[in-house]
Design a protein around this ligand. Structure first.
Ligand SMILES: Cc1cc2nc3c(=O)[nH]c(=O)nc-3n(C[C@H](O)[C@H](O)[C@H](O)COP(=O)(O)OP(=O)(O)OC[C@H]3O[C@@H](n4cnc5c(N)ncnc54)[C@H](O)[C@@H]3O)c2cc1C
Length: 416
């Protein structure tokens, strides 16, 4: 079923009885060529690119819950490619370009809105750091514009310029950044992968790996043992727990990140704005809700809910930046479990066990990485070669000392 304006009009006139489920609900087969573990954004994108670019393979995605129940349906929907280090900037810019053609490629409306991302700066030193980052973005083919205070005031007159503890001096603006409806991304990839023959199997938890002579031959699941030649693990916040079943310890910690949505308000926030003197960021959804968040909760957890101390911290950040937010009523909030790597950059690599490949360490920036991650992981799974844009995301970089420490914060997930 392809979507088109004609189809929408026809369904509107005939009681919407012709829409079909977006993906099948197949029973698991006993064997596949490649099994992707985890039906979040990264797992589904991987399956889609495997099926579309490396044809004639039998592929399954095994998801322990329902599609969209993990971080792909819990994030604050921001995409951008405003990184400093070349290894990251080229990867995230690749992702941004894939987002720009996502809806056409997949014939699926994900409400992509390139309304721009502004990182505020509050001191001369921070401005200089942002100039450097902006130049790095330009060198890597991305877009970046430095806004002085006057220009920023035109765009965001509601910010606290005059009485703030950290006066706002300007911002680094990436006009091509923005927001995308997150669960539409999961549904779009699921539908496209299913149409190419991928079996998407929900309620199928991987509980163990059958490994002999350092080679994996099958996974044990809540729906039986399933064989495959290769297994791609893309389980985000559950990375350490799943890989422990294969006897592997990862340089990753799991932490909760919370998100907040206010009641619907008239349009006020022009794009995505991030506070440069604290951890707070905000955008406004198409329905009018202010969507915002801040720091991770500072302790390890697999609970998909957060604590009050971070709620207070996030609200303090909001009040410092734009005091008018104090009048908005909070409608809902939730948490997701983040796979925090020790240098803040991801891993897309083989593991010491033949047949098991790993994708994770996305910290809280993995949503925007979804298309590039899927494409690069599919490339690795299909060819056993690293994709050129992800060749630095190696598992052994921590023991070798080749960290991709974007923020220069070292092994401190709470500072990434
Ligand atoms: C509150 C919040 C805000 C965020 N905001 C942003 C943002 O604005 N921009 C951005 O770029 N990123 C953001 N992120 C980060 C981003 O959402 C994640 O990095 C990204 O979604 C992780 O990849 P995923 O979609 O594959 O994860 P998930 O959707 O979590 O997918 C992993 C899947 O694996 C499944 N799984 C786990 N264990 C097993 C098992 N044993 N067997 C089978 N399946 C299993 C899970 O059920 C889950 O569905 C945010 C995250 C949160 C929580």
């Amino acid at each position: 079923m392809a979507y088109s304006a004609i189809k929408v009009i026809k369904e509107a006139l005939t009681g919407h009885r012709g829409w079909k489920p977006l993906w099948r609900r197949p029973e698991p087969k006993s064997e596949y060529d490649i099994i992707v573990i985890g039906g979040g954004g990264h797992g589904l994108a991987t399956a889609y690119y495997l099926a579309s670019e490396y044809k004639n393979k039998k592929i399954a995605v095994l998801e322990k819950g329902w599609l969209g129940g993990g971080n792909i349906g819990r994030n604050t929907t921001i995409f951008r490619s405003n990184y400093l280090l070349h290894e990251n900037e080229m990867f995230y810019e690749m992702s941004l370009k894939l987002w720009e053609q996502f809806e056409q490629d997949l014939n699926y409306n994900a409400m992509i809105s390139q309304r721009g991302v502004i990182n505020l700066f509050h001191s001369d030193a921070q401005r200089d750091a942002y100039v450097r980052r902006g130049n790095s973005m330009l060198i890597n083919g991305a877009d970046a514009i430095l806004l002085n205070e006057a220009k920023l005031r035109e765009k965001c007159p509601f910010l606290n310029y005059d009485n703030a503890r950290f006066p706002i001096q300007g911002g680094l603006w990436q006009p091509r950044g923005g927001t995308i409806r997150h669960d539409a991304v999961a549904w779009g990839y699921a539908r496209a992968a299913d149409r190419l023959g991928v079996d998407i199997i929900e309620n199928c938890e991987v509980t163990g790996f059958d490994i002999q002579n350092a080679k994996c031959n099958a996974v044990r699941t809540s729906r039986g043992t399933i064989k495959a030649k290769k297994f791609g693990v893309a389980v985000a916040g559950s990375s350490s727990a799943v890989m422990e079943n294969a006897g592997l310890r990862l340089p990753i910690e799991s932490h909760v990140l919370q998100a907040f949505v206010s009641e619907g308000l008239k349009p006020i926030i022009p794009g995505v704005i991030t506070f440069g003197a604290g951890h707070f960021y905000i955008s406004q959804s198409d329905k009018g809700g202010l969507v915002f968040g801040g720091d991770i909760d500072g302790y390890n957890s697999y609970a998909q809910r957060g604590n009050m101390a971070v709620v207070e911290d996030v609200c303090e950040g909001g009040m410092a930046l734009m005091p008018m937010i104090g009048k908005a009523r909070l409608l809902r909030m939730w948490g997701g479990v983040m796979d925090m790597s020790m240098d803040g950059s991801p891993i897309i690599d083989r593991t010491p066990i033949k047949g098991i490949y790993f994708n994770g360490g996305w910290c809280y920036g993995g949503f925007k990485a979804t298309p590039a991650s899927g494409k690069c992981f599919a490339h690795l799974l299909a060819t056993d070669e690293h994709h050129p844009n992800a060749s630095a995301y190696l598992l052994n970089r921590f023991e070798k000392g080749y960290m991709i420490d974007e923020k220069g914060m070292g092994a401190q997930p709470n500072l990434h």
